[in-house]
Design a protein around this ligand. Sequence first.
Ligand code: GCV
Length: 724
Amino acid sequence: MGIFKLSLVFIFLSFLKLHSQHLDDYKLWLKYNNIEDKNLATDYSNITNSIYLPTTSEIYTNTKKELSTAIPQMLGRESTFTDALRPENSLIIDLYDNLPKDLQLKVEREFKNVSNEGFLIKSVKYNNAPITIISAKKEIGILYAVFRFLHLMQTHENLKEIDLIDSPKLQLRMLNHWDNLDRTVERGYAGFSLWNWQKLPGYIDERYIDYARANASIGINAISLTNVNANALVLTPMYLEKVEALANIFRGYGVKVYLTARFSAPIEIGKLKTADPLDVAVQKWWQNKAKEIYTFIPDFGGFLVKANSEGQPGPQNYGRNHVDGANMMAKALEPFGGNVIWRAFVYSEHDDTDRAKQAYDEFLPYDGKFMDNVLVQVKNGPIDFQPREPFHPMFGAMKKTPLVMEFQITQEYLGFSTHLVFLPKLFEEVLDSDTYQKGKGSTVAKIVDGSLYGNKLSGMAGVANIGTDINWTGHPFAQANWYGFGRLAWDPYLSSEMIADEWLRATYNNDQEFIEPVKKMMLMSREAVVNYMNPLGLHHLFDTGHHYGPGPWVNNLGRPDWNPVYYHKADTMGIGFDRTPTGSNATEQYAPYLANLYNDPKRIPEEYLLWFHHLPWDYKLKSGESLWDGIALKYQKGVNQVSEMITTWNNAKPYLTEGQYKEVEMLLQIQLKEAKWWRDACLLYFQTFSQRPLPAGVEKPANSLEYFESLKFPFAPGIRPQWD
Ligand code: GCV
């Protein structure tokens, strides 16, 4: 065979390897790899040998399906399932109320702490034999329990003496898809939308089922299917019938469907002349619409609404306010048990106060005025999903309204799906932040779970990073962000370290030599991206529109607050946004303790320094470095951290298949290149103001500022046309 043919064969084989790797990635954290440890496999076999599981409903049938898929893969043999309780059963799965009295007694005490969606898994002695009970109050709890049980097997936990109860701490655990009806995904970096509207309702893609399984496995119980920049057509019967088909699949996995409601829908699809929320015909229209939707989807979750934000219509178009708009929809949904989730992501082109202050100013006066079935959804920080932001000051300040935390799982400002960034670290930082609004310990987590102020509803939403890519999320490690979001929505007090550990074991392998360094790499990855993109509190330095790569020089867009120069305010004197009383005074929106801390450049945690202060280039940092040197060294540190990530991954090679190794290795190389791009472009630009040399240890830029400014990306993914 000639060299040419040999190379072709080699290329083809490499392609096959990578392709089969992608197929494996499709399985997410539900790989159910064969358990090679004989003792462990025997223990698990004993527990799962004969399973009592009455299959009386769709959720139970799906539960049985999962067990029947997972157990043979992990143990190489099938379990026997019975619908009737038998003495030989080693695993008994049923609702608590249906268990025989003597079995109930075995778990009665623990079961008191199980909530409606929670569960219990416990080893007990029954008829002198060891058995395991999986029980819950509702069927969905049974499904969650079985997923957890299988996860514990995947992660090689000892199940012989298991005694576990767990219940979700938040009611609404939701994914927000920003999917358009033409299947493009706003800020989506993993292909097209999963929802094949053209083939629905007739064609049910197997992927819908796998998507629902993945969500149920981490406790996600709600999804909003469509973009918050909404198209009213989704509310017409032609689409509702398609939504119904999806809802029918998701129901069997405990996932409720929500839709985004375009405020002007009464005009666009209802032929009314107005969408004024105080107009009786408009109110009637929404009431009829709700009624119609519930005939298609009896357990419809409700509406998610972006109103009077970035050009979306809303009540203010008619001189009304957020309460008028939200309550009108809430009233329409109330008879059917639906909710309105009203987004607080507002900033107006007519308001020249600091953008970071606007949502708080606009919403605080309405606290306590929304109907009981309205939740207000607030982004984690006051600007827009930056690599690091202080927590949004509405958390803790808005006491009488249930606030849904909105995180972005898709990496709009974090390197798209090319950069390895473990987001649970960011989510954890926000959730653990102390608002001090009800004294020390008033953490964001306690606000989001409703416990601090006793709110009746609670929730967390994540903007999905999921698309038609075979591996779902574009980057294999971005699957960890979907997984981690779900885990934190279930329990906002979990540690990111534990989540990384769980995910790695279920996704790759259980070898400690692999887990420890790779986990460390994941936990460091978020700080790395902050360092090479937006260190020391800098923010929104992204090239405008697509947000791919740096664009700190951009200053020519229609609205001041769409220009990066608005955020960094670099000049010959210094850099940063003064949000103290000498500037926009955004700090006053925080509790006095934090306002004082943030106002003082000497005491503020340095990661927020330039978010709140404009400081001279020679300002002395805690390290003793000048601000200019400190910024430059942070950029360099970010680049170095990516190099370290590459070393870690190379060292992990013996524990990986070639495909697993290769796909992440290629992505890390791109990440390194782009981290250097960020460093060089930002430092060259800021240097035009600081007029200082780069400190020792910072590599010389590879290109000129003109070169970086000339880079254009007309086809960057995830952008909607009007942003271009
Ligand atoms: C869906 C940012 C994004 C927009 C997004 C908006 C929002 O501005 O860039 O794409 O629109 O947030 O959250 O509504």
